[in-house]
Design a protein around this ligand. Structure first.
Ligand SMILES: Nc1nc2c(ncn2[C@@H]2O[C@H](COP(=O)(O)OP(=O)(O)OP(=O)(O)O)[C@@H](O)[C@H]2O)c(=O)[nH]1
Ligand SMILES: [Mg+2]
Length: 203
């Protein structure tokens, strides 16, 4: 069994937040807490330890009490979420890394347990959730990614060759997909309005 203690959680807060006017999304208030701290508190019971990936306001993130790593040098600035994956996998001291974006505050409380069970059952190197899209078809949510840390070399190669899309990279490996029924759990806030709407729904 893949125990929580063998999984490091990585909160991805390294984006530009351009659709939110360029603000540092992880520091925007959500129910009175910075969004990334809310994410951290939801993820903490599901994993053994936590790290955070951010590229701005590092001191503010450090005040959450977990290690904070910016995107590694060698890639272009703001190269996308895979740069955050790379920052995490390079620092990860457990066999598995679980990435979670900072802008999806209601992600499932059983997310990591279900992905870990599927990875184990299917002998997969990566597990990711799927959730229903508006037309009812199931859509992968690759920013939520449970991955083996021995994929480091593969990820270095892919990103240094200019690869940026998560699903293009994961397609090179054995992936387990886990279906969740609750589409709302994967609703993410890309604009300030979307963030206020999520906050009101989950009041
Ligand atoms: N490390 C890192 N993470 C990123 C980068 N771009 C996006 N992310 C993260 O990937 C997740 C999904 O990001 P998006 O909502 O698509 O992008 P964003 O940059 O936050 O916002 P937009 O600029 O409006 O697209 C979030 O957790 C972001 O923090 C990046 O260049 N580096
Ligand atoms: Mg987003």
């Amino acid at each position: 069994m893949i125990e929580p203690s063998s999984i490091t959680g990585l909160i991805l807060a390294g984006g530009r937040g351009s659709r939110m006017g360029g603000v540092d999304k992880g520091l925007q208030p959500y129910h009175g807490l910075p969004l990334a701290l809310h994410t951290q508190l939801r993820l903490a019971p599901q994993v053994g330890s936590i790290m955070l990936n951010a590229n701005r306001n590092l001191g503010a993130y450090e005040s959450f009490g977990v290690p904070v790593w910016p995107d590694p040098p060698g890639l272009s600035d703001f190269a996308g979420p895979l740069a955050g994956f790379l920052a995490g996998i390079e620092r990860c001291e457990t066999p598995w890394l679980m990435t979670v974006p900072c802008d999806t505050p209601d992600f499932p409380l059983d997310l990591v347990a279900r992905l870990a069970a599927a990875a184990e059952r299917e002998d997969a190197e990566i597990a990711m959730p799927r959730s229903p899209s508006e037309d009812g078809s199931l859509q992968a949510q690759p920013v939520f990614c449970l991955l083996r840390c021995d994929l480091l070399e593969s990820l270095v190669r892919f990103t240094h060759e200019g690869g940026r899309k998560i699903d293009r990279w994961t397609a090179q490996h054995r992936v387990a997909l886990v279906d969740f029924d609750d589409a709302a759990a994967f609703a993410n806030a890309n604009t300030a309005d979307e963030l206020r709407r999520l906050e009101a729904q989950q009041g």
